[in-house]
Design a protein around this ligand. Sequence first.
Ligand code: UT7
Length: 331
Amino acid sequence: MSKITAAITGVGAYLPEYRLTNQILETMVDTNDEWITTRTGIKERRILKEDGKGTSFLAINAAKDLIAKTNTDPKDIELVIVATATPDMKAASTSAYTATEIGATNAFSFDLEAACSSFLYGMSVAARYIESGKYKKVLLIGADKNSSMINYEDRATCIIFGDGAGAVLFEPNYEGYGLQDELLRSNGEGREFLQAKYGGSSYPSTPEAVAEGKHFVFQEGRTVFKNAVFNMADVTERIMERNNLTNDDISWLAAHQANKRIIEATANRVALESEKVMMNIHKYGNTTSATLPLLLHDYESQLKKDDKIIFAAFGGGFTWGAIYFKWAYNS
Ligand code: UT7
């Protein structure tokens, strides 16, 4: 029997309706549309406003979109992975709730947390289950309600992050499509530059910490920026080299949408034309675990069977990596 590879066979997405535009942010903090646009490429982000709705709400809706589009029976799904940096709650798995709500009652499930690299790492994990031959349908969802940990008085972070979710279905492929190679890395020295310090096990929330806003995300933007540019470009170049791929061979770069300048720097390193660089940061900002599946969702109609895609991400921790992927279907 031919080798099993892990292919993506469907894509779904969900975005909350509310649009937080640069113009609205101008009324909230000392910033302006021109600064945000030139420094980040972001024009607006979506925010989940409804009380009591968390990341699972986004994840469930993205999964339902995928299930409807692909005509999948949720009872056939064997594993649900929710890649997220903003789980609904502590102690209770977001993925278990998500799986039950979408009717994946025969599945087991777990959350996967690797900051902005959560979905990229999730692709690696989902692929291993499929490649083992034991699992036939693995649902990987990238979902984040970043607005739950953002201080809307901090102009260094509130202009960047948005909420959203994307979902992909992984299935076995016997013609060699799907995940080809991966290069995943992490370095804990980066923790101090991007974190929400309070509210975890090291520093549980206290009334004083919350009053001082210490439970919100803090980012030393310039340091994260430099590390993101260097590392995302580095793994992208290396994965191409070791698979003997030139810029002509690559159909698409699907890079984490954190800052347009970081994405362009990665594309420049491997001399990739801008038409091959997926970009939707202007519409959604940085949706953490959702950026990569949202790119697939927005570009799905343009993707062709055998397209060669490089996925790349960089995030808190630090965590980062690149994946080389062959697309399996025409829409
Ligand atoms: O997804 C996880 C990984 N995250 C990232 O990859 C994000 C990486 N970092 C970045 O994208 C960028 O560093 C930012 C967009 C966060 C900031 O852009 P920057 O070009 O690195 O700006 P900066 O922090 O160096 O600040 C430049 C200036 C400063 O003023 P002075 O000191 O030069 O007078 C800031 O105070 O811009 C000022 N500034 C702002 N001005 C208007 C910072 N934020 C704002 C703002 N509006 N929102």
